[in-house]
Structures are given as C-alpha cells and as structure tokens.
Design a protein around this ligand. Structure first.
Ligand code: UDP
Ligand code: LCN
Length: 812
C-alpha cells in the first residue's frame, strides 16, 4: 500500500506524545473488539490524560488534526484501524499497532475487513467473500479533483466535451452523429443526411447564417424554412431569424473551437426532450388528502411542483425552437386499491395546473393478484420487477414510443427507472430525496440487526445499482453528496462500506464523478408567499385556523390547548417518523421552563390513536408523544394537531404563526433537504432547523434563520428562548431574520432555476452517455450480474403482507 498523508505524518506525531499515546491506545484496546466513533475516542483520551493542559498539548498539531478528522476506528487487538476523512470525499485509512505504535497505510478493503472482524469474524476471513467494485469500470473516466467542485458536474462535463470535440473536424464527428439522430417521432430535427460530414455542416452553417441575417430578427421561421431545408437544415434552430442565427453561430463556434460556455448554451437550445417519465412509486401519490400519510411527504410535493416547473420550461423551449409539438410528462406511481379516501386507486389523473402532465398508477402484482393495501417503502422490493414490466408496456402505449428522459425518485423509483432506461436505451436521471443509509448509525455493518425490520440489504443494493446506472444524479444540496467538513455526505457513505455476510463494497460510488449535480427545489410561490402580502392571503381559512389553534375543545383533529394566546407560537410540522424528532422538540419544550414562559408550542403530524397506524415508527412516536404531554403536563401550552393535508391551508397556517411573531422549528435527527424549512422561510417565518443535513446549507445561521443541534436539546431550546428574549428588547430583530430568510430563498431556492438546470442535464448527459457508450455498456453488464442473482433473491425474501389480494385482472 502506497503511503498516504496520514500514514506519513502519524508516526512522528505519535512519537512526540509517546507516553500518553501508549496509554490511550492501551485503553482503546482494553475493552476488546469494537467500533469507536470520534466521540468515543475523545472520551477515552479525556479519561486517560486527565490533566487538561497536558491533553491540549497532545491534541495540538498533526495528531490532533488526524484524530479530529477521524470518522471511526475499528479496534481489533492489537490494532486500531482509523478511517480519516481529511476533506469532503477524501479518506485515508491507517492501522496502528497499539503495542509499539507502528503505523501502516491500509486500503479501503483492509479497513472494511477490520470492521467485519468485529461483527462477523468468520465472514471477514473468507477470502472469497463477495466484493463489489463499481470503480473498476471508471479507470478512464474523467473525474473532478476539487472538493469544492463536487456537485457541479454539468460544468465539468461541458469542459471535458469541449476539449474532446475540439481541434480537428473529425473530432466533432460524435456531435454530428448526435445531431443527425435528433428526431421527434421519426421526423428529423436540426439537420438531415445532406449534412453528413462535419465539414459539410460547417460550410452550410456559414452560408445559412449569412442568409438568415438578411431577415429582420423577428421574421418567423416558416418564411425562410424552405431554403434552409434545401441546404440540409431541419426545424429546431429557432422560431425567428434572430434566434436561428444565434443558434447557428453557437454551432459554428463549437465546431471551430469548442468552449464550455457555448457548449452549454448550445445544448440548452437543442430539441432533445419532449417526453419525460418520472417514477415515484411508494406512498400515496396524489394531489389531495395524501400529505402526512405514512411515507408520503416532501417527495410528493417536490414531484408535483417539479412537473409543473419542467412543463413550463419545456413549453418555453419548444416555442423558442420553432416547434409546435406538445410535451408529455408522466408521473408513474403505485395504484393502491385500498386508497383510504384518496384518488390513489385511479389509473390516470391529470396534474392540476399543468396542461400536458398526468399521474399514471400501476398496481403491484403478486402471484395471487393485485395487492390491495399500502406497503411501507421498506417492504416494497418484491413487487418492483413486475411493476417495471407493466409500467414499460403502459408508458410505451401512452407516449406512443420511448420517452426522452426517465427520472427516478427514491430507491424504488430509481431502481425501476434503471431497469427501464437500460431496456429502452434512454437517458436516466436519479433523485434520492433521502438515502436511508446515513439515517441509521452503522446500518451497513449491523445489517443483521436492521435487515429484518428495514430490508436494508435490498435498499442499499438497489441504491448502488441505480446510482451507478444513472447518467446523472440530481441532488438538493452539496451535503447530500459530500457532506460537510465534519459529516460525510449521503452518497459519500456509499463509497466504501460493508454488509458482513452479504458483500463488501470497495468502490460503490465516487463523489467526484461528474454525474453529480446540485439543483435545489423551491416551494410553490403562489402558495407559500410572505405573511406581509395581506391582499393575497387566503383569508377564507381564517376561522378554520382559529379553531385549529385556539379552540379549547379536544377532538380527532387536535388535542391540548393554548391558555395564553398572546404568546408567539413555535411551530413544527412533519410526518410522524422517529427521524423527524417531533417528540424530541416536545421534550425540549417540556424541560425548558424559560422557553415555556415565552412561547406556546404547536405540532402538526400523525394522529392520536397508535393502534390505528400500520407504520411501525409512526405508532411508536404517537405513543411517545402522549407520554411526554403527560410527563411534562403540557396541556395549556401545547397543541398537537393531526397531520394536515391541505397545502393552501397549511401555507396560511405558517403565515398565521408568523402573525404571532413566532417561529418554525425543524428538529430532525437528520433531514435530507427539508421542504418545510423553505415553505416556512417563503412565508417569512423565522426558522430554526437541524444542523444535520440539508437545512444546515439552506439557512445561514444567524442571518436567514438558525441552526439547532438535535442531539443537544438543552442548547437548542435555549437558542430558541434567547431569540424570543432578544425579540422582546429589539423590536426589529424578528423582522430582520424573517427578511433574511426571504432573501436567501430568492437567491437560491426557486423552481425556475431548478427546471432550467434539469433540462440542461437531460440534454448534455444524453450526449455524454453516447460519448462514453463503451463504459456504460460494461457497467450495464455488471448491473445485470448483480441484479439477477443477488437483488432478486434478496427481494424475494421480503414477506408479502397477509391480507388477501384482489383477484388478477383478466389480462394478468
Ligand atoms: N406536510 C403536510 N402535512 C403534514 C406533514 C407534512 O402537508 O402533516 C407536507 C409539508 O408541508 C411538506 C412535506 O409534507 O411539503 C414534507 O416535506 P419535507 O421535505 O419537510 O419532509 P419529508 O416528509 O419529505 O421527509
Ligand atoms: C424527502 C425528505 O426526507 C426531505 O428531506 C426532502 O425535502 C424531500 O424528500 C423532498 O426532496
């Protein structure tokens, strides 16, 4: 193993504090094999070197730096193996012999074996244990080098394409082939076979540009279409002489000497995307009465808003291209016969406020027929293969051909998107929303403990397959890919990991892969607008919200009451999952008398009878909430409202809370992005949100809201209390934070910015995949090898619920 920065510096650093370090390492070893996190290491060091000054001295310099960048250490006497993350995406592994403090660099594989020794020694020692190495296909693939560039793949790909297509005409051949292949339902676009060489295209562009320049800018395309066609040009260059000329100039510039800016502009103008399929399978996917139901949250909101934004941008582009076809977007989800009063049992549903987009629902088929009931996203795997088959047939029928782009959402949607995209040869994008792996500590290495409940063996396999199959990956934040200085990203945690007994991943995904792109979602601004825009307010909800917050009665919709209605309200709303930590917030509030004297608490989520929940975590959280309300005697200062499904009324609820000069609190133990955070900020409601995950990036602490630490309830509840105390003495402080939030949203979190980026990705990565077809096909074979014998087997082990399915439809 070659040396690494840590392996180079650690021996000297250990030597300098040899006496203390020998004692510390002896202590690490003392309890035998185990996995230690940074916190545990520091505790042991503190207990060993009791004198603070001494300790500070030891932890100064490179040793302190290495230790503080250590994510975890696997103790297997006499060794302690360290996983050191010195920068986002950059890891070093070393093993230290506790007896003599010798240091040796080790590979990720060796490090993983140390971890396995703790959890399954026999498997760790099996030389033929299954090892997964997706990186083996990427040896010639260009990569980003800087942590700061991670997530900016589009820009990087444009640069690489510029360098590869430039110089001699024959190097631009792939671009020519790509243009020649562009068509809509068999009708050529951009160019036809008359322009079948780069030099012919270059020459024709020069003549055509001069010709088009002789028309006034606004002259419609049809006035000069005929002549262009004679030269080999087809529709798609623009709707007017001005636009056609600009696009032709861009093409000529690229053919002469490509540069990334022109490249990106040119691709953003190409007529590549008319039909999009978006998979979002689990949950209750509908447009009303679904939010807050189990597994049904931000993903649904995101996709419906995304569809409208994409449709609008596609219509704008199609018009500018001088074309008149209609775009089609299909959101493909699951049809649930037991729809609980929602529309989830209908096959097709037009998407509101869109003109060409629909929800298509396809049921889960089992051997016994159609599955009637909702199933948890953790149990969804046995149905997906049949689902993909059924979906393919229906999509091809409805779209009258292949889609141009397939986007998957979450593990299930991404896997099905990969199966479909592989089969049809279509460009594929994936969106995780949340990768579950980082939500549960050591969920990989403790597979045996987690698998019966969560089926992570299926989920992590499906995630790995999909992220490797995808042509591009859309993320909402940087942290989702490569984390922060201190915490690894969700994707980063798939770089090297192990599930003892199943397989070891020595190279799962590389966060420096240019397929990663950050495109943050927004919140629909016609719904979530500032509380100060009085004329736009949805006043019709006033009485209902008054009742919801302040009536003294307890019923199916609310329990608890607010005795002093003059107090500001701190408000939170989420699905009732453990990770959302609504019970945590309630406990902080219960414990913090100062906060209780300043504000009331309102929680929206779940419902009140745990026995009615089919979701394991939801039921446990509901029970816990009742216990906390009792324990801290919170009735009088707290209102618990059941899940709310009307987004218009919810937006007015955020604004009503802002009227009380209150705040939104998002206390999740981990939040992938956090749509409620941007909804609240859009409404002008100051927001305190978890520092674990996306919200840490959305909010600039102290400027556009505040970060809170969900693992330090006292500190967090005091931070909230301090804010309200400060607001009492500083009359403009509340407004300052409210305005800071709004400014942040305008700059970074709107759907318009999003749609533009995603369509550019579809176009550029569509070309990029053809450019790298060899590597793509090799990976696809690996995918199949993995999918077929392994994933299928894992999926078939997941139990199918007992309830009787519907008899199969005659066509089944
Ligand atoms: N939501 C809702 N009613 C509820 C709980 C949540 O309408 O009772 C909505 C909320 O307004 C937001 C989405 O569900 O639009 C939750 O998205 P977020 O990203 O915060 O979390 P997720 O549920 O996706 O993990
Ligand atoms: C899922 C989550 O858990 C949230 O953090 C996101 O905001 C939501 O999806 C939309 O992407």
């Amino acid at each position: 193993m070659a040396t690494t920065p840590v392996a180079d510096s650690m021996p000297d650093a250990l030597k300098q504090s040899r006496y203390h370090m020998k004692r510390c390492f002896a202590r690490f070893i003392a309890t035998g094999s185990r996995l230690m996190k940074l916190k545990n290491l520091m505790e042991e060091i503190e207990n060993t070197i009791e004198d603070k000054a001494e300790r500070t001295k030891v932890l100064e310099g490179s040793l302190g730096q290495t230790l503080s960048s250590t994510q975890e250490a696997a103790v297997v006497p006499p060794y302690v193996a360290f996983a050191v993350r010195h920068n986002p995406g950059c890891w070093d592994y070393v093993k230290v012999n506790a007896d003599n403090l010798s240091v040796e660099a080790i590979s990720p594989k060796e490090y993983l074996k140390f971890k396995e020794m703790i959890f399954d020694e026999e498997w760790a020692k099996d030389d033929n244990a299954l090892e997964v190495d997706f990186g083996a296909f990427d040896y010639s693939h260009p990569r980003l080098a800087l942590s700061s560039s991670v997530g900016n793949g589009l820009n990087f790909v444009s640069k690489v394409m510029s360098s590869k297509l430039g110089g001699k005409p024959e190097e631009a051949q792939p671009l020519l082939d790509y243009l020649l292949a562009l068509n809509h339902q068999g009708e050529n676009l951009m160019i036809n076979e008359n322009l079948n060489s780069v030099s012919k295209l270059q020459a024709a562009l020069i003549v055509a540009e001069v010709f088009v320049s002789s028309f006034s800018k606004d002259t419609p395309y049809k006035n000069f279409e005929h002549k262009l066609k004679e030269w080999g040009f087809e529709k798609g260059w623009g709707d007017s002489a001005g636009r056609v000329r600009e696009t032709m100039r861009l093409a000529s510039e690229i053919l002469q000497a490509p540069d990334p800016i022109n490249m990106e502009s040119f691709f953003s103008r190409l007529p590549t995307t008319f039909n999009i399929v978006i998979f979002s399978i689990h949950g209750y996917f509908g447009q009303a009465d679904v939010l807050g139901l189990p597994d049904t949250g931000g993903q649904v909101v995101y996709i419906l808003d995304q569809v409208r934004a994409l449709e609008e941008e596609m219509l704008r582009r199609i018009k500018q291209q001088g074309l008149n076809m209609k775009p089609k977007i299909l959101v493909v989800t699951r049809l649930i016969p037991d729809a609980r009063g929602t529309t989830c049992n209908q096959e097709m549903e037009p998407i509101l406020n869109s003109s060409h987009s629909h929800i298509l629902r396809i049921p889960f088929r089992t051997e016994k027929g159609v599955l009637r009931q909702w199933v948890s996203r953790f149990d969804i795997y046995p149905y997906l293969e049949n689902y993909a088959k059924d979906a393919t047939a229906k999509i091809l029928e409805l779209m009258e051909g292949k889609p141009d782009l397939i986007i998957g959402n979450y593990t299930d949607g991404n896997l099905v998107a990969s199966l479909l995209a592989n089969k049809l040869g279509v460009t594929q994008g994936t969106i995780a929303h949340a990768l579950e792996k980082t939500k549960y500590e050591d969920s990989d290495v403790k597979l045996k403990e987690f698998d019966p409940k969560y089926h992570f063996s299926c989920q992590f396999t499906a995630d790995l397959l999909a992220m490797n199959a995808a042509d591009f990956i859309i993320t909402s934040t940087y942290q989702e890919i490569a984390g922060s200085e201190t915490r690894p990203g969700q994707y980063e945690s798939h770089t090297a990991f192990t599930m003892p007994g199943l397989y070891r991943v020595v190279s799962g995904i590389n966060v420096f892969d240019p397929k990663f792109n950050i495109a943050a979602p927004g919140a629909e601004q016609s719904t979530y607008f500032p509380f100060t825009e009085r004329k736009k307010r949805f006043v019709k909800f006033g009485p209902a919200i008054e009742e919801l917050l302040y009536s003294n009665e307890e019923n199916n919709e609310h329990i608890g009451f607010l005795a002093d209605r003059k107090r500001p309200i701190i408000f939170s709303m989420a699905r009732f999952d453990t990770v959302k930590n609504l019970t945590g917030l309630t406990e902080w509030f219960g414990k913090n008398k100062k906060l209780q004297n300043l504000v009331n608490l309102v929680i929206v989520g779940g419902f009140f009878d745990p026995s009615k929940s089919k979701d394991r975590e939801e039921a446990a959280e509901i029970k816990k909430m009742h216990e906390l309300i009792e324990k801290y005697n919170l009735k009088g200062q707290m209102r618990w409202i059941a899940a709310q499904t009307d987004k218009y009324r919810n937006s007015e609820l955020y604004r009503t809370i802002a009227d009380t000069k209150g705040a939104f609190v998002q206390p999740a133990l981990y939040e992938a992005f956090g749509l409620t955070v941007i909804e609240a900020m859009n409404c002008g409601l100051p927001t305190f949100a978890t520092n674990q995950g996306g919200p840490a990036e959305i909010i600039v602490d102290g400027v556009s809201g505040f970060h809170i630490d969900p693992y330090n309830g006292d500190e967090s509840s005091n931070k909230i209390a301090d804010f309200f105390e400060k607001c009492k003495v500083d009359s403009i402080y509340w407004n300052k934070i409210s305005e800071g939030g709004l400014k942040r949203i305008e700059e970074c979190y709107t759907w318009k910015i999003y749609a533009n980026k995603v369509l550019n990705m579809g176009s550029i990565y569509g070309f990029w995949r053809q450019f790298n077809m060899g590597q793509k096909q090799a990976k696809q074979r690996y995918f199949e090898m993995f999918y077929n014998p392994l994933f299928r087997k894992l999926a078939n082990n997941v139990p199918i619920p007992y309830e009787e399915p519907l008899p199969a439809a005659p066509s089944d």
